[in-house]
Design a protein around this ligand. Sequence first.
Ligand code: 48F
Length: 262
Amino acid sequence: MLDDIKSVDETLITRTIIQKAAEDWVKFSECDVIVVGAGPAGLTASIYLARSGLKTLVLERRLSFGGGIGGGGMGLHKLVIEQPADEILREVGCRLEMVEDGVYVVDTAAMIAKLSTGAIDSGAKIILGITVDDVIFRSSPIKIFGVVVQWTSVIMSGLHVDPLPIRSKAVIDCTGHDAEVLSVISRKIPELNIMIPGEKSMWADMAERSTVEKTGEVCPGLYAAGMAVAALYQTPRMGPLFGGMLLSGRKVAELLIKKIKS
Ligand code: 48F
């Protein structure tokens, strides 16, 4: 049995990783949509964007998927989903248990696995360990043309290493409560007059509806989905009720598919 294990030259490992990673970076140095953050909103958006044939790159700061899904409700491994968001999870084969009519509970691990598999199977490229640090912009009229990225490990080290730009037709801020891309432009492009007041206190029903309603374009080339929307418009939080995150991700994808493909 041990004789069956293929021997692999160490330098082949190195050459393969460097060459194949470089091929991805070159291929995605220009793409249709950059999704910043692989939480529920970002993963859902990327499923529909990539499925429609748009070249979709998801950049995630951590070395794992799912954003806030894994934390469930106060660390318990369950989340609540309300209709019609259940249809998004059913599409990717995620098991749901009905709690009452139109209300479901889901295992956090299953939701992370199925949404991320759905995004990858649809053709989205997800790269982990990358932090979006800034945007590319042009003035008169102001438009966002992509993002500036850095290894998360470099940012954590505190070393001064210049980042690299990636161009895209659109960028979606799916970075959650801190709305990180929007925060950067609020500081660095003051002419946009964008402020990030942060979300309001909890009101689950209102939060779900307003997050989905206000999901969309913030300025030319830049969109917001998920909790970044609540942080931008100071709408309420909803806690571990996640239907709005999925519907927000699907809505931003539909808006962009229409815009880019028309
Ligand atoms: O926080 P997160 O899950 O955002 P979301 O998709 O969903 C919010 C819910 O999880 C929950 C909630 C709903 O009731 O309140 O909090 O809006 O996922 C955001 C992802 O973005 C990554 C971060 O690591 C997380 O995985 N992220 C944040 N900033 C950056 C980033 C950045 N600058 N560059 C790359 N990734």
